[in-house]
Design a protein around this ligand. Structure first.
Ligand code: SF4
Length: 446
């Protein structure tokens, strides 16, 4: 059988453009910690494609953050048949440049991921082939097409149902392609998509509708991780893990068998189920990241199709208290720039955070990612600051005309909020209070 080679390139790392914020970020401990973690995660999407690659294809996995000419030459020197990129919006322009460069050198280039799934025509200007949506089945098909000299320009799991992926057919991601000591966390995906469809969220539906992986498959993936790393920290690469509570309890029962700390993203409804909270604690969940979005109830109105988040607002404080009382840290996420936000919203959010005793906080700026309802709305209202602002989709740069601020006003308010929120003593105080919660829990139990 003829042998082939593919290089999978993850365009890792995202740079903030706002210079003041960038300089500030480097000195803010709580903020930098989370950014470092995100930047150092491997690309689970590419490791998954690697597992769906036929055996006559050699796979090389690369992460390109700050890359050099030598690194690019080294990739070309591998003489691959195919070079495939996975990239987020913030690095798509660089990805396009690299793809074009490699194409001009005679290599076949492929791009997949959230951005080109939303704007495939744009992607096709820079790559030989674009993958829209779920990649697994498409990948197997397109490599075969390549072998038969029949590679197509565009493969889509949205328009061609035979490419839609069933989680029962999942394979174990090729973790062994990684140089494990370089990472402080490994990721596994247990669910895909999210049924809430918040208007700003690109992740929830740009790739696929909401689906869950069979528990037996997750067990196999965990076993594989433990083969390559005996004390891992696991980050679930899910959009919203605990949507289905019955399935979630089975998942958590599985997790209790492993000696690991872990982290995931979810919505506030976990707090309403004491059995689930008990299992989260038992399975050593270190932290839940929850999109609270805003401390201004009006800002939640119609944020998701069913207005679910709006209806949860009155439960927020109790929900955070209940989750943290189980010893699980909550990282509360807030977004600034909604049409309902005014300068007061920043101060209201600060007092909300203090009152809530959240152990960690993440703040970002509202970002109109292509493919979202927010993007369509702002585009229609002529409020996007430019046509191609992709590099600035960092979550820390303003890309549209806000309603109650000028652009510099929103930037300044955000920057001042960062300074107050991530000041060393404020971060320490949040941690101290959470430690107190932990002490209360263990004193109560003993
Ligand atoms: S709850 Fe989170 S994952 Fe789900 S749609 Fe909203 S922002 Fe996206």
């Amino acid at each position: 059988m003829k042998e082939y080679k593919v290089v999978l390139i993850s365009m890792s790392g995202v740079r903030v453009y706002n210079k003041k914020l960038l300089d500030l970020g480097l000195t803010l401990p709580g903020f930098v910690d989370r950014s470092k973690v995100i930047a150092s995660l491997p690309s689970l999407g590419l490791l998954t494609l690697a597992s769906h690659t036929p055996e006559n294809w050699e796979v090389v996995y690369k992460e390109l953050d700050d890359f050099t000419q030598e690194e690019l030459e080294a990739i070309a020197g591998l003489k691959p048949n195919v070079i495939a990129f996975s990239s987020l919006t913030a690095r798509i322009n660089e990805t396009y440049l690299l793809s074009k460069k490699f194409h001009d050198l005679g290599f076949t280039t492929i791009i997949g991921g959230l951005h080109v799934s939303a704007l495939p025509e744009e992607g096709m200007m820079y790559a030989d082939c674009i993958i829209q949506g779920e990649g697994e089945i498409i990948w197997e098909t397109l490599l075969q097409d390549y072998e038969n000299n029949q590679l197509k320009r565009f493969y889509s799991s949205f328009t061609n149902t035979k490419f839609a992926f069933h989680m029962n057919d999942s394979k174990i991601p090729k973790y062994d392609l990684l140089d494990i000591p370089r990472y402080n966390r490994l990721t596994i995906q247990t669910t895909r998509g999210c049924p809430l469809h918040c208007n700003f969220c690109a992740a929830s539906r740009t790739i696929s509708s909401y689906k869950k992986k069979p528990i037996e498959q997750i067990e196999k993936e965990l076993n594989k991780i433990f083969e390559v790393w005996d004390r891992p920290f696991i980050e679930l690469a899910d959009d919203n893990t605990f949507v289905d509570k019955l399935w979630s309890k089975e998942l958590l029962k599985l997790f209790t068998h492993y000696k690991m700390k872990w982290f995931t993203e979810t919505d506030v409804s976990v707090a309403y189920d004491p059995e689930l909270l008990e299992l989260l604690a038992k399975s050593n969940c270190a932290q839940l990241l929850i999109g609270l979005e805003t401390s201004n109830a009006k800002g939640l109105f119609e944020i998701d199709a069913g207005n679910w988040k709006y209806r949860q607002f009155d439960n927020y404080l109790k929900a955070i208290r209940d989750i943290q009382s189980y010893g699980i840290s909550v990282n509360g996420c807030f977004i600034f720039g909604f049409d309902t936000d005014t300068p007061e919203t920043f101060y209201e959010t600060e007092s909300f955070i203090r009152e809530s005793n959240l152990s960690e906080v993440q703040i970002t700026l509202l970002t109109p990612f292509p493919g979202t309802n927010l993007y369509n709305k702002l585009r229609q209202e002529n409020r996007l600051l430019s046509e191609n602002y992709w590099d600035k989709c960092t979550l820390f740069d303003v890309n549209f005309v806000p309603k109650h601020f000028t652009v510099p006003e929103l930037e300044n308010n955000f920057q001042e909020m960062m300074k107050r929120l991530y000041a060393e003593d404020v971060v320490k105080e949040r941690k101290r209070k959470f430690k107190q919660t932990l002490r209360n829990k263990y004193n109560f139990q003993s």
